[in-house]
Design a protein around this ligand. Sequence first.
Ligand SMILES: Nc1ncnc2c1ncn2[C@@H]1O[C@H](COP(=O)(O)OP(=O)(O)OP(=O)(O)O)[C@@H](O)[C@H]1O
Ligand SMILES: [Mg+2]
Length: 111
Amino acid sequence: MRIAIAGKGGTGKTTIAGTLSRELARRGRQVLAVDADTNPNLAVTLGVSGPRAQDILGLPRNLMTRQTQSDGSTKVVFTADPEEVLREYGVTGPDGVRLVIMGKVGHGGAG
Ligand SMILES: Nc1ncnc2c1ncn2[C@@H]1O[C@H](COP(=O)(O)OP(=O)(O)OP(=O)(O)O)[C@@H](O)[C@H]1O
Ligand SMILES: [Mg+2]
């Protein structure tokens, strides 16, 4: 099951995403949360402590690439093993929700 939460600024997206993730994880689901906000703060809602949340590395942009197939069509493929990516870039909150962050602006001018 994939759930995407998007909408206007300040309408509770992060709160709903975090609460839903934690509740599903507590009920035994495997949950991977992806924070795609350029100013990510889902980690804190998931219960990841402030300093640990600050240190989460954003996913690099080269994890997927387009491959041209023999029939000329293109296919998007992973450049690394997804489980390994999760081990390297993911953090786990107190309810077992795994989180990765994409779209994080690393430094001024990088956005
Ligand atoms: N159901 C609710 N009732 C009252 N306050 C709420 C509710 N849901 C969220 N809030 C509060 O509203 C504010 C905005 O919530 P949140 O950060 O989840 O929104 P957002 O859509 O993710 O915002 P942004 O667009 O800035 O990322 C927060 O202070 C949050 O605590
Ligand atoms: Mg938000």
